[in-house]
Design a binder for this molecule. Structure first.
Ligand SMILES: O=P(O)(O)O[C@H]1O[C@H](CO)[C@@H](O)[C@H]1O
Ligand SMILES: Nc1nc2[nH]cnc2c(=O)[nH]1
Length: 292
């Protein structure tokens, strides 16, 4: 059964038509800007910006550092769309709402989804300001049935039982690592496993130890639902975490984290993120099917 909160294929089509009536060319690449990473959207040329509040069926951004705008434009001659701000489950939104933009992107013709986020480090060698290319994820809420694909499956989006074994595109990961090396930041760029928790509280020491034992290198409160829905509908996915803090795994550790410090690290690293994403976008070949 669909709940009142669940958005349908027809809702997506309505949003897509509204956007197509207002933009020059449909995007090939979508970029989601994580907490404090909205400056990425400033890299687009000829921007056309919509507040989420204008767009049919879009929820509102309620988190500081997520300005709530969809920006269409060009980056490295590629037609792109940037979400300046994403939706989180802890804001009270259903997973259908949290992931709605991904399905809109798919129907707009997007081929590649790039997700960025701010995350806490569970890995000894990661430092605040480091980058983690996401190799794989652990979707904690998803494993407990809080999955965006729960409920009736609409085959027009994708199959009932999608496989996630190769979710984070190998070629894009390899290229991103090469770019990090070329721009002299190989030392602070890692590849690892992102774990999504529901939030909004940061982890207790016992929770942090638990997640680290499970194989997580970084933890945050987003991304996994977006990626599950993207994979379900056949998008290529690239994920990048900015490590904004270390997560205390011992009671003696003096690690305090708050949202302002997360945003501050985002600001400090925004140039590096822009360079990496811009160079990665340059490397992508888009094969558009010829119009029928
Ligand atoms: O995942 P993004 O949206 O980057 O934000 C991260 O930063 C916020 C906490 O400071 C949480 O929302 C967490 O998920
Ligand atoms: N859950 C969680 N989310 C974050 N986002 C940025 N840092 C953190 C963190 O330490 N934990």
């Amino acid at each position: 059964m669909l709940s009142k909160e669940d958005l349908r294929y027809e809702d997506c089509e309505e949003t897509v038509q509204w956007l197509l009536d207002r933009i020059q060319s449909p995007p090939d690449i979508a970029i989601i800007c994580g907490s404090g990473l909205g400056l990425l959207a400033e890299t687009l040329s000829n921007p056309k910006t919509f507040d989420y509040s204008q767009i049919p069926h879009f929820p509102a951004s309620t988190v500081v550092g997520h300005s709530g705008q969809l920006v269409f434009g060009t980056l490295q001659d590629k037609s792109c769309v940037c979400m300046k701000g994403r939706f989180h489950v802890y804001e009270g939104y259903s997973l259908s709402k949290v992931t709605f933009p991904i399905r809109v992107f798919k129907l707009l013709g997007v081929k590649v989804l790039m997700v960025t986020n701010a995350a806490g480090s569970l890995c000894e060698k990661y430092r605040p300001g480091d980058l983690m290319i996401i190799r794989d994820h652990i979707n904690m809420p998803g494993m407990a049935a809080l999955n965006p694909l729960r409920g009736p499956n609409d085959e027009r989006f994708g199959p009932r039982f999608p496989s996630l074994w190769d979710t984070y595109d190998r070629d894009l990961r390899v290229t991103a690592l090469e770019i990090a090396r070329k721009i002299g930041h190989a030392d602070l760029t890692h590849e690892g496993v992102y774990c999504m928790v529901g939030g909004p509280n940061f982890e207790s020491v016992a929770e942090a130890r638990f997640l680290q034992k499970l194989g997580a290198d970084a933890v945050g409160m987003s991304t996994a639902p977006e990626v599950v829905v993207a994979k379900h509908c056949g998008l290529r996915v690239f994920g990048l975490s900015l490590i904004t803090n270390r997560v205390a795994q011992a009671y003696e550790m003096q690690e305090s984290v708050n949202h302002s410090s997360v945003l501050e690290v985002g600001k400090q690293r925004s140039q590096l993120l822009q360079t990496l994403i811009t160079d990665l976008v340059r490397s992508i070949q888009i094969n558009r099917e010829p119009a029928a």
